[in-house]
Unconditional design. Sequence first.
Length: 503
Amino acid sequence: MKQKNRILFTSLFTVLSVLTTLCFCGFRIGFVFVDHVVFDGFCYLLWSILILNTITLFFQLRGSICDDKLYNKKLFIVNILVAFLGVVCCVAFLIVGGKEEILNYVYMSVEVLPYLALFYAFIFFTAILPVCRKALQKITAVIISAAMVVSAVIIIYPVGGFNFDGMPAVFDTGDGYHIVFSTNRKSVGYIKLSNGEQIWDNYAGRKESSRVHSVKVSYDELNNQEYSIGAVRAVEDIAYGGHLGKEITRTVGTFMPCPADDFDMTCITDNHGCKPEWEKVGSDADIFVFLGDIANGLYTYNSFIDNLVVPAGKVSGGVKPIIYTFGNHDHRGSKVPDLISALDFEELYYRLYVGNYVFTVLDSGEDKEDENYEYAGYDDYAEYFAGQTQWVQSLQRENGYNVLITHSPSIFFEPDEKPSPVCEPLRNLGIELTICGHVHTTEFVSAENSITGISYYICGAKSDVHELNYTKIHFNQGFVDIRSENTQGEVLCEQQLQLTEIK
């Protein structure tokens, strides 16, 4: 093979191998179940082989350019086969996971990918560039210089400017509202009430510098009142000085609390990163419920901004209340603490009231034992669930219509598949209906067929990257009219029942 052709082929397969291993940063985590089926560490072993193959290809390329012994034809054939193996694995993982999961793979790779890319860049600049022709060296220098200039400009003058990501979301947590909104850049944020009071998102007196802001207000301060949101870009946050930049504001409108009776609720569950036309999802409701599993996992700030904060703001317009409960996937990923901190809820389980309706909201947590291989030792729910159970046991039986809102119909996972300790206290509270998700269906299950002894309705799930099944519920004097639809308006399931009022 002529040297020119040899350089061309080694270049192509080196680039292919580099891209494959970078893609595998996400795949190795996204398909951890393969490790469980084949053997523990299989994906990491495969990834290591692909990286080693890439390193070898870099030196094969150097040998081709220098026309020396670093190039070995037999080894190059092995390199080609391994590179193709990497491509086949990536394609297979994409087919299994679906193209809509690509963004999740990117999220899963953000911590490691830059380091691997820098490692490859180091090899290129030390082993390849010095032996390239001067013309290629000049082209590389120009590209790098241009990239540095563009990066500097983007840092100083971000693409898209400084804006809100959408309308705010007003979460009802039983002890007041949390007005949550986000910006596309780090900022300090505030809300302004109709009486002129300005309340900053702060922690112990210091304004929070973040992309997501949560400001707590009382029911009386917000109900039937107009409010606005504002943010000041945090350019530099340092101990002695720092700089704030541009300020932006947005008038939201008059916040309307949920009526005491004869109201509509829209329930959204298991959207798992779905991107429907959110404004069309039950936009005529009086109150909205997000039942968890907003994404497959929380790997970056965008994981919960794009899948909870922005959608909640879009469906409600920032002027109607929202209830949120955590799903099992909302407890997975390195940014879970950031979501909890950003929302600033005092507890992940709480009780709230709408007229004569008493809604108990529980966190159903993960759906497997803490020791399950998927959790990699990060889960420790025994004490947490014990605390939630104690809280439920401490609740008093309330007059009115009692409803449970949680992610999983079984409340939370029990290894022996027996009713969890929280079930009997919930029944004693007079709860007759559980509104939930998790199972990715739309169906009603009677109390006789429920493991908890409480009837439940499963509210749907994502069916495509842009298609979502959701549920509308009408409450009127204890009568509950339930209807599940998709974003095309097709009715999937209907159910009517009468709740018993506790007096």
